[in-house]
Design a protein around this ligand. Structure first.
Ligand code: ATP
Ligand code: MG
Length: 756
């Protein structure tokens, strides 16, 4: 029975409550988006603690992102107060595996001070190995082997267990993999995939260790279970006894990590592996309005491979899902930024809005537009702060201070800033180190006293060693962020950036940000560990800022207003999934679309562009097939944007556009075939629309004939609503490059300027 005053149970529906209160034995909660799975998991944790079934450190709770872990911790604290402290084992698969690995590192040949390599280090290391084997790294790239190794690790395959069907560079896959693993051990390092793989080795080969953990973790809880891969699954199995109190929650329709080895089958396997498991289904969605849910359900219905489930909501307020077509990526960014401003004026906070993209390259346009309008935004996950060169350099210093074995860190900074240790000397040092089987720093210490290197280089190196030793001694006395500050100053790194007029200031700002962010951690080790584990960096998340992220990164989150741009063939679904044989890739993309739409609480707005610059090239775009699949009852074509739209129900939409030029491809609308291009306009102005090139079926071309009808020429003076007065510099079809007197050079569509 719940303890008196257990008001955390209030408001749960009967099924949710059952999922919370069925604490003993295996439980699987299988339910659609927004039905409260995560809420159930959090409440269950609180319930176990509040009823004294276990102490905080006896609970293992796995979330998909660090952000989710943080939120869960906060919510539990909110529910039951300070007894939630001490939840040591609440985190992502990787962060928990890293903790376990630190405690038993010696069982896989590492020291507990091991470093976790990032992908850049990893690729450099692999490149060395490939070169040592005389493998053509153009044909067999380090990146592809890195990807393959990751894939193998996700399946739980050590080099010895690698199936013979797996290979790289004509029969050398296994050898290279083994060499890579051996090299990591000498570097006292591991990569991301190793965290779990080493755990599997430790737990399966040391019965006593495994038993210790099985006893410790009295209750195990897993969120987003549909996205566990084989290695994660095996790991959970090793930590759970057959009668274990394990509760997994998931939704097969939201499985979006198949490309990373996640297996929906884990859900099906659950009932087999845990006989007598209770399966609980939740059907009421508490997040979204009926139109959002209707649109999402209609979309996902096109997938054949589903377990199937019911989903309903009581919320029948709210607008239909909006679908809009625009001229190009810039226009899309402009439209969305304007709508963000409008929504803000009507009372929504910025952080209530999010822009969810399929691929990170789409972000730039939004970032630029938001910066221009001074709208605060945070990029979650995306182009990572921690991947910037200056941040990596700073980390390399700290890593080398922490562990002398870290040759990759050594290589990165031994001559950054330049201190007279040339490339040849560095290579020589590394060679000697390898030949003697020692770390580069050990080799350096020996070389300083010999005459293998030039006198000048030796002096430089001995200064470097002296500095490092001093910093390492200081590390014991000062706080780790103070150490970071000292190191950046004393190494000359800050001066080097100061001297760089172009990007120096930005980099210095980033370094400041870095030093500041270190303060949230107890120790240097804890901080560096965090860095290697951060999957979902959320800079600016605390502030009121528009949230930009990839669809993958948005899993589990919710926002009142969600923008879903770039719904075009080749962008979303991705070209790769289209090119692939079979429907598997496409079905995964469709689940991603389902995840996207179901993030919205009040409103979802989808858009697509007729033209887009992809990797520097302009291409004509077709609206995504997912747009076609949205049920008409729940979507609304909208084109008060002035740019365009070929919408479901085109005829009606057309009549509303009295003075807007329109372009696009018809779909789902009477009289139009999918992909059939059209250009229409009721406006007397745009000559280009009449001259638009329209090609046959199956191919979208809705561009203007550049030669036709343009009445503009270089030097014409114009006025633009937003940018003011300016002069035409160049004419490209219907687009003008205008040098505005105040706003600088901009490309504008000619109908948006007036001749003055
Ligand atoms: P997803 O599949 O997207 O991860 P989920 O199933 O984990 O979704 P939650 O995020 O737990 O769903 O819940 C969705 C929203 O519904 C949250 O805002 C949550 O607080 C709310 N909610 C869940 N259960 C209830 C309830 N019984 N009463 C009121 N609100 C609820
Ligand atoms: Mg959830």
């Amino acid at each position: 029975a719940p303890p008196p005053g257990a008001d955390y149970l209030e408001g749960l529906n009967p099924e949710q409550r059952r999922a919370v209160e069925t604490t003993e034995g295996p439980v699987l909660v299988l339910a659609g988006a927004g039905t409260g799975k995560t809420r159930v998991l959090t409440t269950r944790l609180a319930h176990i603690l509040a009823t004294g079934r276990a102490r905080p450190w006896e609970l293992l709770a796995v979330t998909f992102t660090n952000k989710a872990a943080r939120e869960m911790r906060e919510r539990i604290t909110h529910l039951i107060g300070p007894s939630a402290e001490g939840l040591r084992w609440l985190g992502t698969f990787h962060s928990i595996a890293a903790q376990i690995l630190r405690r038993h590192a010696e069982l896989v040949g590492l020291k507990s001070s091991f470093t976790i390599l990032d992908t850049d280090d990893q690729e450099r290391l692999i490149k060395q190995l490939l070169e040592a084997e005389n493998i053509d790294t153009k044909r067999w790239t380090p990146r592809s082997l890195a990807g393959l190794i990751d894939h193998w690790k996700n399946r739980g395959w050590t080099p010895e267990k690698l199936p013979t069907t797996e290979d790289f560079a004509n029969g050398r896959g296994q050898k290279l993999y083994a060499a890579y693993q051996a090299r990591l051990v000498t570097l006292n390092a591991c990569d991301f995939g190793d965290l779990l793989l080493h755990n599997l080795t430790i737990l399966s080969q040391n019965a006593d260790v495994a038993e210790e953990y099985r006893r410790r973790f009295r209750y195990i809880l897993v969120d987003e279970y549909q996205d566990t891969n084989v290695a994660q699954y095996l790991w959970l199995r090793l930590l759970t006894s057959s009668t274990g109190n394990v509760c997994c929650v998931g939704d097969d329709d939201q499985s979006i990590y198949g490309w990373r080895g996640a297996e929906v089958d884990n859900i099906l396997r659950f009932e087999r592996d845990f006989p007598g498991a209770k399966v609980i289904r939740l059907e009421r969605n508490y997040r979204s309005t009926k139109h959002i849910l209707g649109a999402a359900s209609g979309l996902i219905a096109a997938n054949r491979d589903r377990l199937g489930k019911t989903l309903w909501t009581e919320d029948d307020s709210g607008d239909k899902v909006k679908v809009r077509g625009v001229w190009d990526g810039e226009a899309e960014a402009r439209l969305i930024a304007d709508e963000i401003e409008t929504a803000r004026r009507s009372g929504l906070r910025y952080k209530d809005m999010s822009v969810l993209v399929r691929a990170s390259f789409q972000m730039r346009a939004f970032e630029e537009r938001l910066v221009m309008l001074a709208i605060p935004y945070a990029v979650i996950g995306g182009p990572r702060f921690f991947e910037r060169a200056e941040i990596r350099d700073a980390h390399a210093y700290l890593r080398l201070i922490q562990s002398e074995d870290d040759d990759l860190a050594f290589e990165r900074i031994v001559n950054t800033p330049k201190r007279g240790v040339g490339d040849t000397s560095v290579q020589k040092i590394l060679q000697i180190a390898r030949a003697q089987g020692v770390s580069a720093m050990t080799a350096v210490r020996a070389l300083i006293g010999s005459d293998e290197l030039q006198a000048r280089t030796r002096t430089a190196l001995s200064n470097f060693v002296r500095d490092l030793d001093r910093w390492r001694a200081q590390a014991q006395q000062v706080r780790h962020w103070e150490l970071a500050e000292t190191v950046l100053e004393e190494s000359g790194y800050v001066d080097m950036q100061r001297a760089d007029r172009a990007t120096g200031q930005t980099r210095l700002d980033n370094l400041k940000e870095l030093v500041q962010s270190m303060q949230a951690f107890d120790s240097l080790t804890a901080y560096l560990e965090h860095v290697s584990l951060v999957l979902d960096l959320d800079r600016g998340a605390g502030e009121d800022a528009v949230q930009i992220m990839t669809l993958h990164g948005a899993k589990g989150l919710e926002f009142p207003l969600v923008f879903l741009p770039g719904w075009e063939e080749g962008v979303f679904p991705s070209q790769r999934s289209i090119d692939e044989k079979g429907e598997k890739g496409l079905e995964e993309e469709r689940r991603l679309a389902y995840v996207g739409v179901t993030r919205a609480k009040r409103e979802a707005r989808i858009s697509f562009a007729a033209n887009r610059q992809v990797y520097g090239r302009w291409t004509s775009q077709l609206p995504s097939r997912f747009v076609d699949e949205l049920p008409l009852d729940h979507v609304e074509a909208q084109s008060d944007t002035g740019y365009y739209g070929a919408q479901p129900g085109l005829k009606e939409a057309k009549s509303r556009w009295d003075d807007a030029p329109t372009f696009g491809a018809g779909y789902s609308s009477p009289g139009w075939k999918r992909g059939q291009a059209f250009a229409a306009s009721q406006s007397p102005r745009p000559a280009y629309a009449r001259n638009a090139v329209i090609e046959g079926e199956g191919r979208l071309i809705a561009t203007a004939d550049p030669a036709a009808g343009s009445s503009w020429s270089r030097g014409d003076r114009v006025f633009h609503q937003k940018f003011g007065y300016g002069a035409v510099r160049a004419v490209e079809g219907n687009k003008l490059l205008v040098a505005f007197d105040k706003a600088g050079e901009k490309k504008v569509i000619d109908t948006f300027v007036e001749r003055v």
